[in-house]
Design a protein around this ligand. Structure first.
Ligand code: ADP
Length: 247
């Protein structure tokens, strides 16, 4: 096998902040159609790892290959264009726009250089908006203003705003934080639905949710991988119990 068999190959990735290595010689590989969960104690480097992949933070050394393309030299918007979407913890939806409009302006051609809503509504966009709305459980809320959605619905809407751009890799930071139990169950269902033709990397602390979604789990500690495999495998790994799960 070569690296090109993976959707994403992270190799020997390191970033130092004033000499402190937040991510330290990190390597991991994500397959197509995979849900990968990254777990680990606070400060382990999970957020920094995703920041490096999406270009928000520049690596000190190492390589990130996505579909064979090296991402470390690319600018953030080029990485988005290459097919990598990232959702942060706080939703960045437009409160005064409807669900439909939020999805519409996120459609690749929907945003003008001024960020204004200048899109000519056409059938292709409308049907794609409806398709995504169905996927994120908001088909019956298209004309609702985003500010009136529940916390969980806002999170789904933001996932939808990324999905409409059809990324091949979607990265989510604690997607179920603050959600109700039923919203968590639906979010797991959503993730399993969307990995057809794409992969997802999730940072998560909720172990029940990790069990529901993860194909494989990567455990970080002090910027390095200390364990990797199925949830059952990492849960039984004494190193993981010692630094994380045993607490
Ligand atoms: P996690 O997401 O696993 O909780 P982070 O990636 O947020 O961990 O942080 C890893 C370590 O790197 C922490 O010790 C954090 O304080 C440090 N760190 C993260 N970003 C910066 C930065 N921009 N400058 C200095 N230190 C940073």
């Amino acid at each position: 096998t070569t690296d090109n068999d993976f959707l994403l190959s992270v190799e020997a990735l390191t970033v130092s902040f004033d000499g402190f290595k937040a991510v330290d010689d990190l390597s991991f590989y994500v397959d197509e159609n995979e849900i990968r969960v990254i777990i680990g104690p606070n400060g382990a480097g999970k957020t920094t790892a995703l920041d490096l992949i999406c270009g928000k933070t520049r690596a000190t050394s190492g390589s990130i290959r996505f579909r064979g393309k090296e991402l470390t030299a690319m600018k953030e918007h080029q990485i988005v264009h290459a097919g990598v979407g990232r959702k942060f913890q706080n939703p960045s939806i437009y409160d005064d726009l409807t669900v439909f409009e939020n999805l519409e302006i996120s459609y690749p051609k929907g945003r003008s250089v001024f960020g204004a809503l200048t899109f000519k509504r056409d059938g292709v966009v409308t049907s794609r908006v409806e398709e995504v709305a169905e996927m994120i459980f908001l088909a019956d809320h298209l004309e609702e203003r985003a500010e009136f959605l529940s916390h969980g619905q806002k999170q789904w809407l933001e996932i939808g705003m990324l999905l409409i751009q059809d990324p091949e890799l979607l990265m989510l930071d604690e997607p179920v934080a603050g959600m109700s139990v039923s919203e968590r169950v639906k979010t797991a269902e959503l993730l399993h639905r969307i990995i057809v033709g794409r992969s997802v990397i999730v940072i998560e602390h909720d172990m029940k949710f990790v069990e529901d979604i993860a194909h494989r789990v990567t455990v970080l500690h002090q910027g390095r991988v200390i364990s990797e495999g199925t949830m059952a495998h990492v849960q039984a790994d004494p190193k993981v119990v010692e630094v994380y799960l045993g607490h």
